[in-house]
Design a protein around this ligand. Structure first.
Ligand SMILES: Nc1ncnc2c1ncn2[C@@H]1O[C@H](COP(=O)(O)OP(=O)(O)OP(=O)(O)O)[C@@H](O)[C@H]1O
Ligand SMILES: [Mg+2]
Length: 256
């Protein structure tokens, strides 16, 4: 469904320096696959997600969805950012409806769906509140509802749980797996947590330090539905160990 073919991205900074964030990245993602991206800070994970989301364009190569080159944000793609990035002056309901309004597709069905989503994540009764009246975890939940309001086929999530406490994080991880099971989606998910990646993913893509390239792709052979008890399984531990070796091994080599 998503084809990333020989993608490179170089940023031109204001002082004239060029930063090569990605080099020769190729990755094919099947419909309804759950792919996690892990790798050292600055290796281009967010950049890759933004390229798939049409928020930025590649310097070389091509990103396409069902054969169409991605050149701008699409209504069938939802984006969850690391910070909730809600509009402070708008109510929670209006924040969740924002992508539908921006795409010019807002209908009564969206309002109904937004209310359902907010109820699902435990925010019923907060529709008319403003972001500052919600905790950080609650704001992030609203940000997830916003990404789901167009019922996107593709969900791009950039460390969506990074700023949350451990309890909320576990709760939302389970919720995300439930959402993905109920309404299948193609999900590309960036995380710094190796156990989180292994628990969620069908495949974990491990990236190398800048310029970001794909170091290895690891298949996760755990059955679904999954839960935190699976962390005790040898498949889980083998995968986390392999990913750690790849990430910390490459760092050690770089330091040498
Ligand atoms: N808009 C931009 N202008 C200039 N340089 C950028 C821009 N966006 C990213 N970069 C550079 O590209 C590289 C990759 O950044 P990116 O945000 O994709 O990394 P990341 O893997 O998401 O890191 P982290 O794990 O810390 O979030 C970094 O060196 C960063 O400084
Ligand atoms: Mg990032």
């Amino acid at each position: 469904m998503i084809a990333i073919e020989g993608v490179g991205k170089t940023f031109q900074s204001r002082d004239g320096d060029a930063v090569e964030a990605l080099r020769g990245v190729s990755l094919q993602i099947r419909r309804n696959e759950f792919v996690c991206l892990v790798g050292p800070s600055g290796c281009g994970k967010s950049t890759l997600l933004r390229l798939v989301g049409g928020l930025t364009l590649p310097s070389s190569g091509r990103v396409s969805i069902d054969g169409t080159t991605v050149a701008e944000p699409r209504s069938d793609t939802g984006f969850v950012f690391q910070a909730a990035t809600l509009l402070p002056w708008a109510t929670i309901l209006d924040n969740v409806l924002f992508p539908a309004r921006m795409m010019g597709v807002l209908t009564g069905a969206h309002v109904e769906r937004a209310r359902e989503l907010l109820t699902m994540v435990g925010l019923a009764g907060f529709e008319g509140k403003h972001p500052r009246e919600l905790s950080g975890g609650m704001q992030q939940r609203a940000g997830i509802c916003r990404a789901l309001v167009n019922d996107p086929d593709i969900l791009l999530m950039d460390e969506p749980f990074g700023a949350l406490d451990a309890l909320t994080r576990e709760e939302l991880t389970l919720e995300l797996m439930r959402i993905a099971a109920e309404r299948p989606k193609t999900i590309l998910f960036v995380t710094h947590s190796i156990p989180e990646a292994v628990l969620l993913a069908d495949r974990v893509v491990v990236m190398s330090p800048r310029p970001g390239r794909i170091a290895e792709i690891i298949d996760i052979d755990l059955p679904r539905p999954r839960d935190f008890d699976m962390e005790a399984r040898h498949e889980f531990q083998d995968a986390t160990r392999r990913i750690r070796d790849l990430i910390f091994g490459s760092r050690a080599r770089r330091a040498a």
